[in-house]
Design a protein around this ligand. Structure first.
Ligand code: ARG
Length: 288
């Protein structure tokens, strides 16, 4: 089935950071427990390079410098949230990641962004928790584990955009991008049980039934929702044949690229990237 809506994106640009210093050296999410010093950096490097190569076939990849002492810097999704020429810089909840903020700030400045910040008392973890809808001028915002709910109003003011908060209730899905992914054409792929009842209702109220792609717990636990999407291309760690079929029937091309080393730190494809081109959406959610 062809779906012209998926082709209407200009070439995307993704910010990434090589895993030269990647390791699990502390535990700040359930995936990291039991994995301290259990990683294999050369496998991590191969997996990361395969992801860069795959994305590089359809989009641009920009690299920021790898730095020692900040092993989670590879997860550039957490750098901040971008809209147009502005970025709201992250302020990490856990002290273990706070040293990353200056490097992300420098990367945004180097790429010409206007860097905005939130009040110091408000934890905010960037595009881990703040995801642009792909057909409405709307920012989906996950809170409950890392980012503070009070950021919702601030983000709305700073970026001049409507913000829809979603409450995360399962510690394994501690960032919004671990369980929710807006896709081209206005589709949303998500794992409902990661959200409280009111947030599940908000999703079903805002996204028409034919645009919702519900993921099983098995797929969610393989980080299928942690997807990089560029036009009709989808890059993810692993998806069941049933999910692949669901995505293909909507016109997507699914690229599975193993990221098991990064799952040990609680991340996969989407966490390893940050989309730098985020124009304001002007079209209403289209139905095909
Ligand atoms: N170890 C990192 C953390 O717990 C993983 C971050 C994954 N990033 C993401 N966007 N979900 O903060």
């Amino acid at each position: 089935m062809t779906n012209h809506l998926l082709d209407h994106t200009a070439e995307d640009t993704f910010l990434m950071c090589a895993p030269d210093h990647f390791e699990v050296s502390y535990v700040i999410n359930p995936w990291m427990a039991g994995n301290i010093a259990h990683g294999n950096r050369s496998v991590a490097m191969q997996q990361w390079q395969a992801l860069v190569e795959a994305i590089g076939q359809v989009a641009k990849v920009k690299l920021m410098p790898a730095m020692p002492g900040v092993p989670d810097l590879v997860f550039t999704a957490n750098a901040g949230v971008v809209l147009g020429n502005k970025v709201v810089l992250s302020r990490f909840r856990h002290v273990e990641r706070q040293a990353e903020e200056v490097y992300f700030d420098a990367a945004f400045t180097a790429h010409g962004f206007e860097v905005l910040t939130l009040p110091p008392e408000l934890p905010f973890e960037g595009a881990g928790d703040a995801l642009m809808d792909r057909s409405e001028n709307l920012l989906w915002f996950g809170h409950g584990h890392r980012s503070d709910i009070a950021c919702a109003t601030r983000l709305s003011e700073l970026l001049e955009i409507e913000v829809q908060p979603l409450k995360l209730v399962d510690a394994r899905f501690y960032h919004l991008d671990t369980c929710f992914c807006p896709l081209a054409g206005g589709y949303v792929m998500y794992f409902p049980e990661a959200f409280d009842a009111a947030s599940q209702a908000a999703i079903t109220a805002r996204v028409p039934a034919d645009k919702r792609i519900v993921v099983s717990s098995e797929d969610a636990l393989h980080f299928a929702c942690n997807t990089v999407n560029s036009g009709r291309h989808i890059f993810l760690n692993q998806a069941s044949p049933a999910l692949v079929e669901q995505l293909q029937s909507r016109g997507f091309i699914v690229h599975q690229t193993a990221l098991t080393e990064f799952l040990k730190a609680g991340g996969a494809a989407k966490c390893l990237t940050l989309k730098l081109n985020e124009p304001q959406q002007t079209v209403a959610r289209a139905v095909d």
